[in-house]
Design a protein around this ligand. Structure first.
Ligand SMILES: Cc1ncc(COP(=O)(O)O)c(C=O)c1O
Length: 339
């Protein structure tokens, strides 16, 4: 089996997670009758101190549902230029919501209150109506960077002053919480909606949770159905989410330590031009040679039993996760040292 560092989505359920899934009580969730999904949603809402939650098949769907609920066709959504909602969701903001994007140049995926304030369109018939700001924490293309909560609070104030909604793509929010020592409630208190993924570092086979006020989640439930995301006896899957919330949050610190260990080995190599600061479980580095060198290094690594992702002609991404053991990290470091 290769050591798979392409993404934290490649994990397989552990035996205790599988046990929890096999023994789940289930019902038809479109009728609201799946007790395990109902428990997961209540548990997540409690954790974030938000009114309600909705279990969704994927992070893409929970982000897109939120954007649909917060906007009208012809609106403008402010986000960072490398935001997942903008570059990796198949043009979903235009496709699903008929809205356009104002993409801002951030710092490793993060934007500031001042930038948001400058990007809001005036109330003018020529201009799209700015209605939503979406942030991403941690930032995927920013190499797992974490927002400063104080900056988010300043962005919140700008949103309130200008009647904008604030959504968080928190696909890897638990990584940010563990890395910064902040609580889920700190985040629940500043956003109108949050999506958190269970299918990444948390080790579940599928699933994302959308959180927000009860009226918003009622509307989101309707949109989820329209998007084809109304699931039936998905409590078998939701049981993996309950297991993950109970057991897999604190251990993310191990993934972060593993990422730092691998990054330290990469930093010493001549072929590495630069490495984004490693704050959580993502490692993104740029190579010195330019023409398609990322593909060739990932092919070399593959031959040595390590899978890494070429994310551009000269950038590689490695991600640590639940299925990467300390022995595997040592092996990766050994291979890097030999390159
Ligand atoms: C920041 C971010 N948001 C959203 C998603 C979408 O999640 P999913 O793959 O469950 O659709 C991802 C997936 O990698 C992501 O990295």
């Amino acid at each position: 089996m290769p050591i798979d560092l392409r993404s934290d989505t490649v994990t397989r359920p552990t035996p205790p997670m599988l046990d929890a899934m096999f023994s789940a009580s289930v019902g038809d969730d479109v009728f609201g009758e799946d007790p395990t999904i109902n428990s997961l949603e209540a548990m997540a809402a409690r954790l974030f101190g938000m009114e309600a939650a909705l279990y969704c098949p994927s992070g893409t769907m929970s982000n897109q549902i939120a954007i649909k609920c917060h906007t009208q066709p012809g609106d403008e959504v402010i986000c960072e230029r490398n935001a997942h909602v903008y570059i990796y969701e198949g043009g979903g903001i235009a496709f699903n919501s008929g809205s356009q994007v104002r993409a801002l140049e951030g710092n490793r995926g993060r934007i500031t209150a001042e930038q948001v304030s400058m990007a809001i369109n005036p109330d003018d018939v020529h201009r799209a109506r700015t209605s939503l700001v979406t942030l991403e924490n941690t930032s995927n293309r920013g190499g797992g960077s974490c927002y400063d909560l104080e900056e988010i609070r300043r962005i919140r104030q700008v949103c309130e002053d200008n009647h904008l909604k604030l959504h968080l793509d928190g696909a890897r929010l638990f990584n940010a919480l563990v890395a910064t020592g902040r609580s889920a409630k700190d985040f629940g208190g500043v956003f109108d909606s949050i999506s958190v993924c269970l299918n990444k570092g948390m080790g579940c086979p599928i699933g994302s949770i959308l959180l927000g006020p009860a009226t918003f989640i009622k509307q989101a439930r309707r949109v989820r159905k329209v998007f084809g995301g109304g699931m039936r006896q998905a409590g078998f899957m939701a049981a993996s989410g309950i297991y993950a919330l109970e057991n897999n949050i604190d251990r993310l610190a191990v993934d972060h330590a593993h990422a730092r260990h691998i990054a330290a080995a990469l930093e010493k190599k001549d072929f590495v031009k630069s490495l984004l600061p490693v704050e959580t479980n993502l490692i993104i580095f740029e190579l010195k040679e330019s023409t398609d060198c990322a593909r060739s290094l990932s092919a070399t690594l593959r031959e040595k039993g390590i899978l890494a992702l070429a994310i551009s002609a000269n950038q590689i991404r490695m991600v640590t996760h639940l299925d990467i053991s300390p022995a595997m990290v040592d092996e990766v470091v050994g291979v890097i040292e030999q390159l």
